[in-house]
Design a protein around this ligand. Structure first.
Ligand SMILES: Nc1ncnc2c1ncn2[C@@H]1O[C@H](COP(=O)(O)OP(=O)(O)OP(=O)(O)O)[C@@H](O)[C@H]1O
Ligand SMILES: [Mg+2]
Length: 509
């Protein structure tokens, strides 16, 4: 009786799960039990094995050894469909939407609703999709092409898809990494609703505040091993990070003033039209300066125009903008990122899957991509030169990889992001545009990256930084500009900036 009740109470049991990839033991005998209806957070450094464990739970990978039980029944999933039938759905860290299909078609991909005559019932799928999106407080129309959405909205569509499966177990792999704070709050409301319905949730996040707000219990993985599972109420963020990294992390703010150098970038009255939108513009009358040695933060909600601002400078947006952009005093109008690179600008984008990673190139190839001229020897790419070229950035950004020629797709999410930062540092830019650069990067690696950026600024780099995490802007930036609906609404010196004041300016309240 008691035994039966205990089993019923346990949604998931994973026993001694081992998973190897070429050159890596991703999971080494990991055991984990998850209670029905709890929110169980999984924490660990980049590459610790979090996503791999969740992919085994949801049928993406099969373990090399070990056993899995779902609701007391042994399970051996041959694929995600099998896991879905057992009530397990996953929202991946790297979004998986088919860009050319509509939002509704993505939600029902492979499970299309049919009319009694067997035709695809677009109408029914659109109605259902609208209902799900409404529950997520997302205003995207079901017929919108998925590829035209920004990452944040794509993530909500992935969540709608998981909801449509009516899963009893939902895995969320860094669901808020692409969301702004306001959207994360919206997602938290959804999570509470799911819990009220009894859904068991596994939740991966590098954001400790989030983990401590949401989790009932927390499991820490390190180097593919299970370190600890504890009640949230019985631990602290410091203790969790300690178990994650196995060492102290330096967490100092950068209040040592940086010398401000020459003006690198000057933007005057920048306006970017948006004809198909009632507002008419993505950016209106934006003016700002950036000096050598300076980090200027750009805050704002999603849709405020932060990414568009950086993309316009970098030559990604259509060159339909009005106003002036001056680089070291010279007016410029880039129509391709290559021109911006040649002029000494680099940009780390928010959406690494779509804009950043080249799956057919290995780790070294991805890092050296924009500095190839230096790796060429007599017109040929020398492996040795490429290796020595990328050694520095791989070390500086702390990429964890089996080697420079490992597959980029085999790296964990956070390590892929570090490769992209390394790629741009290698071009030795004068101006670095960082669009949410530490998305998905663990706390320890983040502190190291902040130090690296601070060091480069002391050598004369100028940085324009956006972040979905205000503490990041408050830690790094000398000044913080706030965008709301495409307009600058406030500017704060570091000393006067607070989360509260920034949010007020960002929401126009
Ligand atoms: N498909 C794959 N091929 C080769 N190696 C892989 C593959 N998937 C994962 N790995 C390796 O397994 C280890 C664990 O990766 P995993 O993605 O589970 O880490 P993670 O904890 O989710 O990290 P992050 O916080 O960066 O997302 C890493 O060393 C990674 O390089
Ligand atoms: Mg991961």
């Amino acid at each position: 009786m008691t035994a039966a009740r205990q089993t019923a109470h346990r949604a998931i049991a994973m026993r001694s799960i081992t998973k190897r990839f070429p050159g890596v033991v991703a999971l080494d005998g990991v055991s984990l039990e998850v209670r029905a209806g709890e929110l169980h957070a999984i924490c660990g450094e980049n590459g610790a094995g979090k996503s791999t464990l969740m992919k085994i739970l949801s049928g993406v990978y099969q373990p090399d050894a070990g056993a899995l039980e779902i609701h007391g029944q042994p399970a051996r999933f041959t694929g995600t469909r099998a896991a879905e039938r057992a009530g397990v759905a996953i929202i991946h860290q790297e979004l998986n939407l088919v860009e050319d299909l509509s939002v509704a078609a993505n939600v029902f991909l492979g499970r299309e609703r049919r009319t009694p005559l067997g035709l695809v019932d677009d109408r029914a799928m659109e109605v259902e999709t609208s209902r799900l999106l409404q529950m997520l407080e997302c205003r995207v129309a079901p017929r919108t092409r998925a590829g035209s959405l920004r990452v944040g909205d794509q993530q909500l569509v992935e969540i709608a898809k998981a909801l449509s499966l009516d899963a009893s177990i939902l895995v969320m792999d860094e669901p808020t990494s692409a969301l702004t704070e306001a959207e994360s709050v919206r997602l938290e409301r959804t999570i509470h609703r799911l819990r009220d319905r009894g859904t068991t949730i596994l939740y991966i996040s590098h954001k400790m505040d989030e983990v401590f707000r949401l989790a009932d219990r927390i499991t820490v993985l390190r180097d593919g091993r299970h370190v600890r599972t504890v009640d949230r109420a019985a631990t602290t963020p410091q203790e969790i990070t300690g178990w994650m990294v196995g060492r102290e992390i330096a967490c100092h703010a950068f209040h040592e003033p940086r010398p401000r150098g020459a003006k690198l970038l000057e933007i005057k009255a920048l306006t970017l039209p948006w004809p198909e939108h009632p507002r008419g513009y993505r950016l209106a009358d934006v003016s700002l300066d950036l000096h050598a040695g300076e980090i200027v933060g750009v805050a704002g909600l999603m849709g405020a125009g932060r990414t568009e601002l950086l993309e316009t400078i970098f030559g990604v947006s259509p060159p339909t903008w009005a106003g002036t952009i001056r680089l070291a005093g010279q007016p410029v109008r880039f129509i391709h990122p290559r021109e911006a690179c040649d002029a000494g600008i680099a940009m780390v984008t928010e959406d690494r899957k779509r804009l950043g990673l080249f799956p057919d190139l290995d780790v070294a190839g991805n890092v050296s991509l924009c500095s190839l001229r230096e790796a060429l020897q007599g017109g040929l790419l020398s492996r040795g030169r490429e290796e020595s070229l990328v050694a520095g950035p791989l070390r500086d950004t702390g990429v964890k990889t089996p080697g420079p020629h490992a597959s980029i797709m085999g790296l964990s999410g956070g390590n892929q992001q570090k490769c992209i930062i390394g790629r741009w540092l290698l071009t030795q830019p004068r101006i670095l545009l960082l669009d949410d650069p530490t998305r998905g990067i663990d706390v320890g690696a983040k502190a190291e990256l902040y130090q690296l950026i601070d060091r480069l600024c002391r050598q004369g780099l100028g940085v324009l930084l956006t972040s979905s995490e205000l503490p990041e802007l408050l830690t790094l930036a000398d000044r913080i500009l706030v965008l709301a609906e495409g307009r600058l609404t406030a500017e704060f010196a570091r000393a006067e900036a607070t989360e509260h004041r920034i949010l007020e300016a960002a929401t126009g309240s």
